[in-house]
Design a binder for this molecule. Structure first.
Ligand code: XIL
Length: 343
């Protein structure tokens, strides 16, 4: 009988661990041929303290939005004393990484400074103008898109009852766009809202508003569709809805995309989630003036969703260990299959 083949001597050391998977191709590179910018909201604490978080932001995205740092309560916590430090850090990061900034947000009913409640109503108009122009001027020439007015509609398409509507009447919306335009004539100025992905009563309200603003030559350039979605009730007609804003000559942008699910997650929900992300991306790619697709945080590690939607989570495209989920692959596949869109 022939001898058994010699057994290679390997010593007693354990085999080396498998090499880590190479990082996936960056979304920003795959989106570029389509003339589409791919963005994320940024948590500035994580950006400062978590090197893995920072590396992914730098590698994957073309645009950044401050998740909270540019809201009025953060910028001017004490009346008359603006704190620009955190926002300056975001701009420095973006500029070092060849990224553009979406400014978020100037006129809103949430995350306003507490001291605003003590301001007499007849001073609010001048105060809002000063806030808008102080903020926009500070970053003049460095903001690509500004969310000038945020969330002024109820779900049924009627105006939301806010401090601004009560004190100033409906004309403050047009005024805010004019003030912002005066302060930075090169920035693209957006109206931004949630639950307006599909054609519905609320997006009808937005449509009527922006059509009227255009008719009056108010300097508005786009509509931001936030797209805080869920796998359980995905948006039905996103392409049709973006298309009608496009037909008004307006830009559109997906500005805050996340797709939550009832926890715990499982493979079926993750695949359903991938399909929702993909349907939103396709709607944008089908819309000639859809400029950018921004996720509201890209990793489940720092997501706002579990804190806000009871029982829901796992809304991002990477899990809490920065592993890409099926949604990340779906976005990559859609961006890289076939040719680029023509506009
Ligand atoms: C959210 C942030 O993600 C949270 O960290 C914060 O506590 C509340 O606001 N619409 C918007 C965003 O325009 O600014 C909101 O961001 C999410 C809904």
């Amino acid at each position: 009988m022939p001898d058994d083949p010699p057994v290679p001597v390997t010593g007693s050391a354990a085999p080396p661990p498998p090499a880590p998977a190479p990082p996936p191709p960056p979304l920003r590179r795959l989106a570029a041929p389509h003339g589409l910018a791919f963005g994320t909201a940024v948590n500035l604490t994580a950006l400062a303290e978590d090197p893995a978080y920072r590396a992914w932001v730098a590698a994957q995205f073309d645009t950044v939005t401050a998740e909270n740092a540019m809201k009025w309560a953060e910028l001017e916590p004490t009346r008359g004393r603006y704190e620009w430090g955190p926002t300056d850090a975001l701009f420095a990061f973006a500029e070092a990484n060849g990224q553009r900034v979406r400014g978020h947000t100037l006129v809103w009913h949430n995350q306003n400074p507490a001291w605003l409640a003590d301001v007499p109503p007849d001073e609010l108009g001048a105060l809002l103008k000063t806030h808008v122009q102080t903020t926009v001027r500070r970053f003049r020439g460095r903001v690509w898109q500004w969310d000038v007015v945020n969330e002024v509609f109820e779900e049924d398409g009627t105006p939301r009852d806010t401090i601004w509507l009560r004190a100033l009447g409906p004309g403050y919306v047009a005024d805010a766009f004019r003030w912002a335009h005066e302060a930075d004539p090169d920035a693209l100025l957006f109206y931004n809202d949630f639950d307006i992905e599909a054609v519905n009563a609320k997006s009808d309200g937005v449509y009527d508003l922006v059509r009227e603003l255009k008719r009056q030559d108010v300097p508005i350039h786009g509509v931001g569709v936030q797209a805080h979605c869920s796998v359980e009730s995905p948006p039905t007609t996103p392409a049709e809805n973006l298309g009608r804003f496009d037909a008004l000559g307006l830009h559109t942008a997906l500005t805050e995309v996340d797709v939550r699910m009832a926890m715990p997650s499982d493979p079926v929900k993750l695949q359903a989630q991938a399909n929702v992300y993909r349907s939103l991306l396709r709607a944008c790619l089908l819309t000639p003036r859809c400029l950018s697709f921004t996720v509201w945080g890209y990793t489940d590690k720092y997501s706002w969703v579990p804190g806000w939607f009871e029982g829901a989570g796992a809304a991002g495209i990477l899990d809490e260990n920065f592993a890409p989920k099926p949604a990340h692959r779906a976005l990559r596949d859609d961006l890289s299959s076939g040719g680029a869109r023509r506009r």
